[in-house]
Design a protein around this ligand. Sequence first.
Ligand SMILES: Cc1cc2nc3c(=O)[nH]c(=O)nc-3n(C[C@H](O)[C@H](O)[C@H](O)COP(=O)(O)OP(=O)(O)OC[C@H]3O[C@@H](n4cnc5c(N)ncnc54)[C@H](O)[C@@H]3O)c2cc1C
Length: 290
Amino acid sequence: MSQPQAPARIPQKDVGAKANVKRLLQRRSRIAAAGVTGGGIAEQAGVRGAASPSCGLPVAANTVVVATGARYRRLTARGIERFEGLGVHYAATLWEARTCRLDTVAVVGGGNSAGQAALFLARESPAVHLLVRGEDLGHNMSRYLIDRIEQNPRIHVRLHTEVQEVTGEDRVEAVVVRDNRTREQQVLEARALFVFIGARPATSWLVGAVTLDPRGFIPTGQDVAHVAADLWNPLGRAPLALETGLPGVFAVGDVRSGSVKRVASAVGEGAMAVRLAHEHLEEVRPPATR
Ligand SMILES: Cc1cc2nc3c(=O)[nH]c(=O)nc-3n(C[C@H](O)[C@H](O)[C@H](O)COP(=O)(O)OP(=O)(O)OC[C@H]3O[C@@H](n4cnc5c(N)ncnc54)[C@H](O)[C@@H]3O)c2cc1C
């Protein structure tokens, strides 16, 4: 994170831009007003341009990178922890798909992430069981995904279905499921279980400070280009790739809307954000200090 800069040193290209720059600084200061308190950041609304960590020292910043991640809901089925990484996955990228590409797999969840994963895995897996606790897909999934799932002969949707147990020797071999109406149990052969039952981004401290999507994740780049044009106009540019709706504030990793949810991508985005933060600092730093 950069050293604090006095707001007065920010170049103001013309008189008309002054008010906008001031507004930008005021809004950014709400982010800077987040202090690290032990394992967390506590918002301190109303503090301008300074943060007060638990050690009591104020911190000011011209740029902020948010990397607070998301908390994934875990399945509580018997045996599941033993197989994490051995067939139980919380992401469905090419890497996971390769470990089970010619096998029957199961996906747990009734939302868009589960639907997208099922469609993606069905490109190679001969059968994908989509295990949904509720009574219909329409409750949490977009219509276009439901249509594609219903048209895909490899995807078998099982409603009212809950995972009871995951079994196998060295890796997942079967999933024991239960119909939550009849309580009838069934063993489904599956070489992998993909869990998509929700993730909660750690962004409660940012509410009202940066734009969040309906699920609380932070949109960046093109997704926020339309937000608060009055903040971007004085800068004469659109948001940078990982920049949030607030100029100079970046978001990386799981907390970012639409992110890949992988360690490697979080690390890559972190490195990229540092580069972009420097670009932003060049912009706000007065010529004498460049
Ligand atoms: C069970 C499971 C298995 C996974 N397996 C794999 C795998 O095999 N391979 C893979 O690539 N990915 C895997 N992932 C995904 C991977 O863990 C994430 O994509 C990655 O950790 C994201 O990194 P991040 O820095 O964005 O968030 P995180 O790693 O979640 O880091 C966020 C950090 O910010 C802290 N924090 C949150 N709120 C605040 C706050 N207010 N103030 C201060 N600090 C805060 C958190 O405590 C945490 O330390 C797995 C995820 C899960 C849940």
